[in-house]
Design a binder for this molecule. Structure first.
Ligand code: 0L1
Ligand code: MG
Length: 255
């Protein structure tokens, strides 16, 4: 039987140290359900250190991401307050293994959301929408993993950046999204690439979190998932995600 706590310590230590580890699946035979248990136990270690859960991330929500990583299932992870990078702030490159940026949209919830819900019910729980960037950083060597490995590793979530919140009356179904690095476009996409409409990602988040016994809370942020493939970051980069009608958000990477 899989040793959930031992595996949770391995991924948590790797995330804290910014050090690459071999894939857990090389040594441990574990199921997807056990992988989510590892993720939960690793997140508990963060909470025990004083971090607070502030939301949830959805992953592999676009075909571009699935193709980039060779996996086909939706995944999810947990967001803590420590993972929030303030808009315009600098991240320390040395604290990461091999960070990448994904252009995303984020939802802020005004009420709890328990699944299953329709897309319309999900939208009715939204207080605001913002342009966002997820900083992913697989703790596994060469960014290579099985589905179980990536789930155990909080679905690679490492940080998130939020732009200004907009009222949810903007039609977000097909907004142009442009990820720039140092002023140069590196990924171009549309919010429609996120499951056809980003609100479907929120509805999935409600269903999945309820199944996990942890429904979405008022005040939480839900990251809808990348609209394009992720872009590898280098020291000194200035990264910006511009979302049509919503504005932009960005951060710099230490030199
Ligand atoms: O879309 C995502 O946020 C997936 C993250 C997990 C896979 C990866 O590291 O690319
Ligand atoms: Mg993402």
């Amino acid at each position: 039987m899989a040793d959930i706590n031992a595996m949770a310590k391995i991924v948590d230590d790797a995330a804290r140290a910014g050090k690459a580890i071999p894939q857990l699946s090389g040594k441990h035979d574990y199921t997807l359900e056990e992988a989510y248990a590892v993720q939960a136990a690793a997140f508990q270690r963060r909470l025990a250190r004083g971090e607070k859960q502030v939301g949830m991330k959805m992953g592999f929500t676009s075909r571009a991401k699935m193709i980039q990583m060779g996996l086909t299932d939706l995944v999810w992870g947990r967001l803590s307050d420590e993972m929030l990078v303030a808009d315009g702030d600098e991240i320390d490159f040395n604290k990461y293994v091999h960070p990448r940026a994904e252009p995303e949209l984020a939802f802020l919830l005004k009420k709890p959301l328990e699944g299953p819900v329709t897309a319309a019910e999900a939208l009715a729980a939204v207080e605001a929408v913002a342009p966002a960037i997820e900083i992913i950083d697989s703790r596994y060597k060469k960014f290579k993993f099985s589905l179980e490995d990536v789930v155990a590793d909080n679905s690679s979530s490492s940080g998130f950046v939020l732009g200004a919140w907009n009222k949810p009356d903007v039609d977000i179904s097909n907004l142009g999204m442009l990820l720039e690095v140092n002023g140069r476009p590196v990924q171009i996409g549309s919010s429609a690439a996120i499951l056809g409409h980003p609100v479907r990602s929120l509805a999935h988040a409600a269903r999945i979190s309820t199944q996990a016994g942890e429904s979405l809370q008022a005040g939480w942020v839900v990251m809808a998932g990348g609209a394009t493939a992720a872009h590898a970051l280098n020291p000194g980069d200035y990264v910006r995600n511009m979302v049509q009608d919503l504005g932009y958000t960005g951060f710099t990477v230490s030199a």
